[in-house]
Write a protein that binds this ligand. Structure first.
Ligand SMILES: C[S@@+](CC[C@H](N)C(=O)[O-])C[C@H]1O[C@@H](n2cnc3c(N)ncnc32)[C@H](O)[C@@H]1O
Length: 465
């Protein structure tokens, strides 16, 4: 047997060399790939990388033998810890040290396309009269104004606000109107001067303590100051943000709570803005309609089974379709997503519904065809144990959908056509519970299932979670 050659392996991660120990040279490439995969997993960004089980096992064994890490699990924890240590501080010094001249130029050169798409979506969601044409808009955390440029292109007049001097210098070179200020402090504008506000990829900084002040306080001040300067004439304030993947729901809830504390009607939405698996978070916050009792804000809409976590719960995020319906129902500035985006979202809802219904029917077949009863089927581990579990949310949603389609699996094409599509979308939003079924379920056998039998693995569910 040839002797396995071992060499120390260091990888460059977050600007530092990280020693992984003395590993067989044969696994060096895979170990490097694994570190990249874990870094992507920790940030929630970039295309996921998978290593085959054999290769993962080989790296796992090599890491354990080298002794620096107790296998892949320990390396994963270390990567997440390194990431936390190197995250910038959210105070003025931290922000300015991070966005130095070089980084500000590189950021601006690299990200024009994605930031423009996000700003465009914020503008659509803000529901401004005439799509924002002629509106004076505040761009909160404007940076080098990649997010302001599409607002100007749509005919509005953006004014940017940011804490990073170098980013603002880049913005000034492009002729943008900007102000140097901290979004978590009182804003340097007169009350009611703006028609609306957008914020792109900046509000996550409010979810961190800074300069001795706790995150909830900072977020509340930002949202109540936004309410003060926007004044409620035109549209909503829409904040797109990147929550840390390990605490996405907590960060999103913090912003939602801050908006509600400021007295705004607020909701969270998740959206596949780039029409890829990448999910982007939005906070929609609008002045409650004066006609509402005591001008109180309506509760947030809850979730969307097809797209978002926390369906049915108050703090859950929903999709853009549900957000638009909720806003309209409560007399708030109604998001106006582009037609092609609505068509994309409707297809995604129909696709998810079809997968869920197929899984439900498969279960029904297993219960009724090959076993005497659903209960008997559940008692036959061989028949169903191979299927991964269906969550409580998915079961509830599948039952509702099954009623909507009248107890028979429709063709995928039929689900995409109105009026069934509307009912399906309502069922996925959990808003149709009290309505009668679209088609009579008389005679149709409703599959009755026990808990945790099938888990639906839908592209859109994975993408949106
Ligand atoms: C990722 S950049 C986004 C910039 C721009 N909105 C875009 O889409 O390109 C985040 C920006 O938030 C700004 N920021 C972070 N904390 C801030 C604060 N407390 N007040 C104002 N700006 C802040 C940063 O300086 C940075 O320019």
């Amino acid at each position: 047997m040839p002797q396995t050659k071992r060499k120390p392996l260091c990888v460059d991660l977050y600007g530092q060399l990280r020693a992984l120990g003395e590993l067989p040279t044969a696994v060096h490439t895979d170990a490097r790939t694994l570190v990249t995969a874990l870094a992507r997993e920790a940030s929630g960004r970039g295309r996921p990388i998978t290593l085959s089980e054999d290769r993962l096992d080989a790296v796992d064994a090599a890491l354990r033998a080298a002794g620096a890490f107790d296998g892949v699990g320990a390396l994963r924890t270390a990567v997440a810890g390194w990431r936390r240590q190197t995250r910038m501080k959210a105070d003025a010094d931290g922000i300015n040290a991070y966005y130095d001249a070089e980084r500000s130029d590189a950021y601006t050169a690299r990200l024009a396309g994605p930031q423009a798409a996000l700003a465009g979506r914020c503008l659509e969601l803000a529901g401004l009269p005439d799509g924002g044409r002629g509106s004076l808009l505040l761009d909160v955390g404007c940076g080098s104004c990649l997010s302001s440029a599409p607002l100007a292109a749509a005919g509005s007049v953006p004014v940017g606000l940011d804490l990073a001097r170098e980013m603002l210098l880049v913005a000034r070179r492009s002729g943008a109107e900007v102000v140097h200020a901290d979004m978590s402090r009182p804003l340097p504008f007169r009350s009611g001067v703006f028609d609306g506000a957008v914020s792109v990829s900046a509000a996550q900084f409010l979810c961190e303590d800074a300069a001795g002040e706790a995150a909830p306080e900072r977020a509340r001040r930002c949202l109540s100051e936004t309410r003060r300067v926007v004044g409620g004439r035109g549209g909503a304030a829409v904040f797109q943000f990147h929550p840390p993947p390990e605490a996405a729901q907590a960060a999103a809830s913090l912003l939602l709570a801050a908006a509600r504390h400021a007295g705004l009607a607020a909701a969270l939405a998740v959206d596949q803005t780039h029409h890829t698996a990448a999910v982007r978070w939005y906070l929609y916050a609008a002045e409650p309609p004066a006609a509402a009792p005591h001008a109180s804000a309506p509760p947030p809409p809850g979730g969307c089974y097809a797209c978002a976590p926390g369906a049915g719960s108050e703090g859950g995020a929903c999709c853009v379709l549900r957000l638009a319906r909720w806003a309209e129902r409560h007399g708030l500035p109604a998001p106006q997503p582009a037609e092609e985006h609505v068509a994309f979202l409707e297809r995604e809802h129909a696709r998810y519904a079809h997968k869920l219904l197929r899984a439900w029917r498969r279960l029904s077949d297993a219960s009724h065809g090959r076993a005497a009863s659903p209960t008997a089927a559940q008692q036959q581990p061989g028949a169903l144990a191979a299927l991964p579990p269906l969550s409580a949310d998915e079961r509830e949603c599948a039952e509702r959908l099954w009623r909507v389609v009248g107890g028979a699996l429709p063709r995928a094409e039929d689900l995409k056509a109105p009026p069934l599509l509307e009912r399906v979308i309502d069922a996925l939003h959990g808003t149709a519970a009290s309505e009668p079924p679209a088609v009579s379920t008389q005679g149709a056998e409703m599959p009755r299932v026990g808990p945790n039998i099938i888990r639906v693995c839908s592209g859109s569910t994975k993408a949106c979670r």
